[in-house]
Ligand binder design. Structure first.
Ligand SMILES: Nc1ncnc2c1ncn2[C@@H]1O[C@H](COP(=O)(O)OP(=O)(O)OP(=O)(O)O)[C@@H](O)[C@H]1O
Ligand SMILES: [Mg+2]
Length: 512
């Protein structure tokens, strides 16, 4: 027995035939045609209770494929591979894998809130008989959605929005992610524009050497953020979050950014502030970034002189090492820096001015080696919501590296390494630990690498000891020098006093 759906389909096709005959009839007897038309339409809609919507591949805008068509294609790819009998595989621009969709004239059903709909992939077009390997240029593809007219409200108000949203999510998951950087362009008066390459950094939270609970905390913070669109709307905040990563060089700040991008499947915009001309231009770059992205400003302490007056005041108090390192990095940037007129307030506006809300779902990350040198306004909570310290390698972090680099989870040499890191408190960056663990030839086994690390840690200890001694010696010499100067000043003062007294005495003698 025919199902209800089939019955309606048959009725529909009979009516379609009737319409076809009527069209021919109208051509020969136009005077009757105009009178009959309203009646035929009424008859057609009474016996055929289905509504159809078509979604064309090209909607006429500059030969651009329609967003709706692509969204539906992605949405249907989820189920059609399981349900349709004939499939076709496509590579879409910017997509990292094949997109499977149902072939022309295939039909699948979909259920939503207890309502059934029919999707059909169709092709309209060429009657050319010529043989060609390529699809004819005048071929038009479209999807046709059919549903009962009693379900109109559900479909128009909720189902279509659902399809678009799901389609977009699948598209985003399937897309090739990008790493953007702002480079000056000769053709635009040396203004910087985003240019991109495919983002292929392999770092993940699994490969990141860090304490497990710290990693979990960051991961759940990121998940919470990415799912909080409605929450941010409710509390009236732009949907973005700031992270400040700070710590010595080689502790994994840049690696952490790559892991975050891979975890959330976001694009990365690496913003080089020194090549941005002014605040207006900075704002333009911000507007051009897309949602689901991480905007990164590395080494914020030396990107621009954002530390402002605070720096001058504290200049004398800065301890030698930090000062020298900053100066070195500043000097490196000096050449490019001359051009930039980006100010601290411009940057603050970039982070949370009115424009920063456009697009939404963005993470802004600053990295720095010297967190104390930054203006507190720049990193206050609300701007840089989460501060993450990346520090020297602890034993837990070492174990992650040993597993990644050497596939070793247990070894008797671990005890010694644990003692050196935890009891002796030897400071070595994960970058240095990794370098020692990396096999340098085919012959080197895990044990050799672990022993090399132990040696390096011991050397580091000696080095640190020497450094402390040297510093103590320097300090002592400085103190002695200060003392000598003080004594000399006192001597000079005493001499002056003595001379003054003699002169006064001589004066008195003459008067007497
Ligand atoms: N926590 C870590 N986990 C795994 N690998 C790390 C870690 N830290 C450093 N590394 C390794 O060391 C290299 C340098 O690290 P990275 O560039 O992330 O350091 P950084 O903190 O950004 O340094 P800088 O302050 O100089 O920019 C990386 O290529 C990575 O292989
Ligand atoms: Mg870095």
């Amino acid at each position: 027995m025919a199902t209800m759906g089939q019955l309606w389909t048959n009725t529909g096709s009979s009516l379609a035939t009737l319409m076809f005959i009527y069209t021919i009839f109208k051509q020969f007897f136009p005077q009757f045609g105009n009178h009959l038309e309203p009646y035929l339409h009424r008859l057609f809609s009474r016996f055929y209770p289905y509504i159809q919507i078509t979604f064309h591949e090209y909607s006429g805008e500059h030969f651009k494929r329609s967003e709706a068509y692509l969204g539906i294609q992605s949405y249907l790819s989820k189920d059609s591979s399981a349900r349709a009998k004939k499939l076709k595989a496509n590579t879409t621009k910017g997509s990292k894998s094949l997109v499977l969709s149902m072939d022309d004239r295939e039909e699948i059903t979909d259920d939503f809130e207890g309502v059934r709909v029919w999707w059909q992939s169709k092709k309209e077009g060429t009657t050319r008989q010529s043989f060609s390997f390529y699809p004819a240029a005048d071929e038009k593809r479209f999807y046709m959605l059919r549903f009962h007219r009693r379900d109109r409200e559900v479909i128009i108000e909720r189902y279509l929005e659902y399809v678009m949203r799901e389609g977009k999510t699948i598209e985003l998951k399937n897309r090739e992610r990008k790493l953007y950087s702002n480079t000056p362009q000769q053709s635009h008066g040396n203004q910087t524009k985003w240019s991109h390459v495919t983002f292929e950094h392999p770092a993940t939270f699994d490969t990141l050497a860090m304490e497990e609970n710290k990693k979990e905390e960051i991961k759940s913070d990121l998940i919470k953020f990415s799912k909080s669109k409605d929450y941010y709307k409710k509390i009236g905040k732009a949907w973005k979050r700031g992270y400040l990563l700070f710590g010595p060089p080689g502790t994994g700040k840049s690696t952490m950014i790559a892991a975050m991008a891979n975890f959330l499947e976001y694009d990365v915009y690496d913003l080089e502030l020194t090549t941005v001309k002014d605040n207006t231009h900075l704002r333009r770059l911000l507007i051009e970034t897309s949602a689901k992205s991480i905007i990164v400003i590395e080494d914020i302490d030396c990107s621009l002189n954002l530390t402002g007056q605070r720096k001058k005041k504290e200049e004398e108090e800065e301890d030698g090492d930090d000062k020298k390192a900053i100066e070195k990095k500043m000097m490196k940037n000096e050449g490019e820096n001359k051009e930039s007129k980006v100010t601290l307030s411009g940057l603050l506006n970039f982070i949370d001015g009115l424009w920063s809300a456009c697009g939404g779902e963005r993470i802004i990350v600053f990295t720095t080696n010297f967190v104390d040198k930054l203006d507190p306004a720049l990193i206050r909570k609300g701007r840089m919501d989460k501060h993450i310290e990346m520090s020297y390698c602890c034993f837990e972090a070492f174990k992650v590296l040993a597993k990644n680099y050497l596939d070793v989870e247990e070894s008797e040499l671990f005890e010694e390494i644990k003692r050196l890191l935890e009891v002796e408190e030897i400071k070595m960056t994960p970058a240095d630990v990794g370098e020692n663990l990396l096999p340098k030839s085919e012959k080197e086994g895990a044990e050799t690498c672990l022993k090399r690390l132990i040696e390096a840690l011991k050397e580091e200890k000696e080095e640190a000891k020497r450094k402390v001694e040297e510093e103590a010696k320097e300090k002592k010499e400085e103190e002695e020098e200060k003392q000598r100067k003080k004594e000399k000043r006192a001597e000079v003062e005493a001499d002056k006093e003595k001379k003054k007294k003699i002169e006064e005495n001589g004066e008195e003698g003459r008067q007497v």
